[in-house]
Write a protein that binds this ligand. Structure first.
Ligand SMILES: Nc1nc2c(ncn2[C@@H]2O[C@H](COP(=O)(O)OP(=O)(O)OP(=O)(O)O)[C@@H](O)[C@H]2O)c(=O)[nH]1
Ligand SMILES: [Mg+2]
Length: 581
């Protein structure tokens, strides 16, 4: 049976499962919880051998006492897709019945048999052994167990099993669009794998005129990978491009055994799934996962046909249709729920923007240093780390400058090349918030060898977001890391709208704030207004959010000449009229 195609741990119960423990609406976070409130406390690792089952129970014992959850997850491990299994009406009722699943029974056997002797493929080895052979075997097992134990790593405060992965890329002949190049793209894939908690032990790539419709890569390459992965003890093969359901299935069949195949999209979705920290992000990721899964819903019911000895031919086909319908309904429910969450956020945003402080949004490639910059300027405590996709949710903080001016700074989710379309769609609403900002700051990791390509990838996503009318400023971050900072700074000076900074050591941040102020002025309007003395608070707001050029005290009030945000200018309209008349 096909195991879950994605690597790593299952971190959140799927909303697809009709489990009373995990109702549709994810519960609100407990007030004092500092871990992800939308995740159950247990987490699992995926593998089909007996060791896994052993650790699987071990993990569950640590943090979950719910045997029904265990069974639920055991079942979900059997589903193809991202650990987000579809439970049909039949199987959901099976979950509630006392009958233990086939898979769980195996695990129980393993646990019992482990006390008596070694277990091979879940069946107790009853052959008699000489004492020395038994000793050697025991020693080997202890070693294996040791190395197995070593592969449990702490990630984001959670223990996950570090699977061994092999990564595969394809370079298209004559492909000029893919400016990243296959080797660089594979390097990034390895980084993504690392973020997801997977250990990359080897990689390969192939130049192709067009992908093979059956296996994506050529048959010779399939054979080469097969022998490499079996030698390395690889559990997962990750492809750098999105694969079809058929390709995934054919490749798994070709590699044989327990090897799972997944693609870049599944990996990115898995990272997002691990990192979603708010209700909205969790919903967005679930939606993207379901949309990824929908066209890949195949084969999972063929085992029923096998069990029935082929008597009910076509049963699998019917079930797929049922599952697809359930999945579509669930996608609809999820979309509605997201809509209501967004409505709330919008109301909150409207309240916030009633104070006309200009909003500056940080955008850029993942790992460019956006959160580090936000933290540095605002004293916020947003997670910033050398991993891809550290931030999924927008965070807004107030930046107060020494001259008394202030603006709001928003950190956003990072971009990446080959960003899965369903993720762009799912995060569109979050990103659309940036459409309401007065300035976009494009943060670039200038120390990255592919900085130019990353800039292009970001500009491509931005062009899809309809933000062309918003003024932009580019910052070249991490200048402390480049080999020739002087050269970079000279190059930046030659160009308009580029500021060199180091969010890490603070270099260039004063200049950055000054340029932000200047840029914000461009989006403001010029007003001359007489503010009555009774409206002192209005005067201080003008100083706070606008650029005051002149003030004069008159008989009836203070005459102010300033640039102010458009929305604020509207508020001043009566006073402007007063002055003009
Ligand atoms: N040397 C150096 N490292 C930096 C600088 N700015 C950020 N970093 C490091 O770069 C890594 C990524 O920083 P983040 O702030 O998390 O990047 P991000 O753009 O928010 O990334 P995502 O949230 O994944 O999109 C972290 O390890 C930072 O410490 C800098 O100016 N110099
Ligand atoms: Mg970040």
């Amino acid at each position: 049976m096909n195991a879950c195609i994605c690597c790593c741990s299952i971190t959140r119960p799927s909303p697809l499962k009709h489990d009373p423990n995990y109702p549709w609406s994810l519960p609100p976070p407990p007030p004092s919880s500092n871990s992800n409130p939308y995740r159950p406390n247990f987490h699992l690792t995926l593998k089909n051998d007996s060791n896994y089952h052993h650790h699987y129970h071990h993990n569950l014992n640590i943090s979950s006492s719910s045997s029904s959850s265990a069974r639920l997850i055991a079942r979900s491990l059997q589903q193809p897709g991202l650990g987000v299994g579809v439970v049909s009406t039949d199987s959901s009722s099976a979950l509630n019945s006392p009958v233990i699943d086939e898979e769980v029974q195996v695990e129980v056997e393993v646990e019992v048999e482990e006390v008596q002797g070694p277990v091979i493929n879940g069946v107790a080895d009853t052959k008699s052994q000489t004492p020395s052979a038994a000793k050697t075997k025991k020693k080997k097992e202890e070693d294996d167990d040791d190395s197995f134990e070593n592969r449990f790593k702490l990630r984001n405060g959670r223990e996950v099993f570090e699977e061994k992965a092999y990564i595969v890329g394809v370079e298209r002949k004559g492909d000029i669009e893919d400016s990243f190049g296959v080797e660089e793209s594979l390097k990034e894939l390895a980084q993504l794998a690392d973020t997801a908690g997977v250990l990359v032990v080897g990689s390969t790539h192939q130049k192709l005129a067009s992908p093979n419709p059956r296996t994506y890569i050529g048959s010779g390459k399939v054979a080469e990978i097969k022998s490499a992965i079996h030698g390395l003890g690889v559990e997962t093969v990750i492809f750098d491009d999105e694969l079809s359901a058929g390709q995934l299935r054919n490749l798994e069949k070709a590699f044989g055994g327990d090897v799972r195949v997944c693609d870049r999209t599944a990996l990115i979705l898995d990272i997002f799934n691990q990192r979603a920290a708010t209700h909205e992000a969790a919903l967005q990721v679930s939606l993207a996962q379901m949309e990824y899964q929908l066209p890949r819903l195949t084969k999972m019911w063929t085992h029923l046909e096998r069990q029935a000895g082929g008597k009910v031919k076509g049963m699998g086909e019917k079930q797929i249709e049922v599952d697809k319908r359930i999945l579509r309904t669930q996608i609809g429910v999820l979309k509605k729920e997201l809509e209501s969450v967004r409505k709330h956020r919008k109301q909150y945003r409207n309240r916030r923007t009633s104070v006309p402080v200009p909003v500056v949004s940080l955008v850029g490639y993942t790992n460019a240093g956006k959160s580090t910059l936000l933290n540095r300027l605002t004293g916020a405590n947003v997670l910033a780390e050398d991993r891809l996709f550290a931030t999924l949710d927008p965070t807004t903080r107030r930046v107060q400058m020494k001259n008394g001016k202030e603006f709001l700074l928003t950190d956003t989710v990072g971009f990446i090349q080959k960003l899965p379309t369903m993720l762009v769609a799912a995060f569109r609403a979050t990103l659309e918030e940036i459409a309401e900002s007065s300035l976009l700051v494009h943060v670039v990791d200038i120390s990255h060898p592919l900085a130019k390509q990353q800039i292009e990838a970001v500009e491509k996503v931005l062009s899809e977001l309809d933000v062309s009318s918003i003024p932009k400023l580019m910052v070249w971050n991490k200048v402390d890391r480049v080999s020739n900072p002087q050269k970079i700074k000279l190059e930046a000076e030659k160009r308009e709208d580029v500021v060199c900074i180091s969010a890490m050591n603070g270099e260039g941040l004063h200049e950055f704030c000054d340029v932000v102020q200047e840029k914000l002025k461009d989006s403001m309007v010029w007003v001359e207004a007489l503010i009555p003395f009774s409206k002192g608070e209005l005067l201080s707001t003008i100083h706070q959010v606008g650029m005051v050029e002149r003030t004069e005290y008159k008989e009836n009030g203070t005459l102010v000449k300033a640039y102010v945000p458009l929305r604020f200018a509207r508020l001043l309209t009566p006073m402007r009229q007063l002055f003009i008349s």
